[in-house]
Design a protein around this ligand. Structure first.
Ligand code: PGA
Length: 242
């Protein structure tokens, strides 16, 4: 079963959470995929309450590597769990770029998430310059090697940085090639666990391209940014998944 995950990024209010969660909760039973929404921390508990009893899962967008302590402004994995999250996105390219998150930091956060009972979605992806230089596969392999804790059992999201929020999507052939590459690296790193791991595609996924992207081999779902802020758009993507 594919996983369609919505990353609201730094968007969302109490009112928007309600506008998105209510139709998702009503539609989730009829879907062939799993649905996850990742609101900002300020409305995570509220969103989880709205979705309680539905099949739609809730996740955070980041967590600290420590469980608690003097880290002003940060949120820990046990705090996300306490607020109703079952998942957390880690190592998103915006966090790697805006906050200088290294692979080692992402790895420590993923270990903290697992210890707290959260499923982690670890994001990887090359920049446009790296792709043009022919380094995309090497960059992604290095990110996987550095970011995944030993025995990692969550989900990986391949998100080419140049496709995020730009309206440009990787071609089906590029997605097929990269997802096959990610699969091979996961099998090398994790053995059988890597063979069955879901690999999401992210980067300008929308209703009009979801069906063809979700049909590509080794694509286990989507990580959706902009189109997850509108329930009808997000559900149209979910209906294209299996
Ligand atoms: P986008 O974002 O769908 O707006 O391109 C995807 C992501 O950053 O997860």
């Amino acid at each position: 079963m594919q996983l369609i995950a919505g990353n609201w990024k730094m968007n969302g209010s109490v009112a928007l959470a309600e506008a998105i969660a209510t139709p998702l909760a009503a539609a989730a039973d009829g879907l062939a995929c799993e649905l996850l929404v990742c609101p900002p921390a300020t409305v995570l508990a509220w969103t989880a309450q709205l979705l309680h009893g539905s099949k739609v899962m809730v996740g955070g967008q980041n967590c600290h590597a420590k469980a608690s302590g003097p880290h002003t402004g940060d949120v820990s994995a046990p705090m996300l769990k306490d607020a109703g999250a079952a998942w957390v996105i880690l190592g998103h390219s915006e966090r790697r770029a805006d906050h200088g998150e290294s692979d080692a930091v992402v790895r420590a956060k993923a270990a903290a998430a697992t210890a707290a009972g959260l499923q982690a979605i670890i994001c990887v992806g090359e920049t446009e310059a790296q792709r043009l230089a022919g380094q995309a596969e090497a960059v992604v392999a290095a990110q996987l090697e550095g970011s995944l804790p030993d025995g990692f059992a969550g989900v990986v999201a391949y998100e080419p940085v140049w496709a995020i929020g730009t309206g440009r999507t990787a071609s089906e052939a590029d997605v097929a090639a990269m997802h096959a590459h990610v699969r091979a690296v996961l099998v090398r790193l994790l053995g059988e666990g890597g063979a069955g791991m879901r690999i999401l595609y992210g980067g300008s996924v929308k209703a009009s391209n979801a069906a063809s992207l979700m049909a590509v081999a080794n694509v286990g779902g989507a990580l959706v940014g902009g189109a997850s802020l509108d329930a009808a758009d997000f559900l149209a993507i979910a209906r294209a998944a299996g």
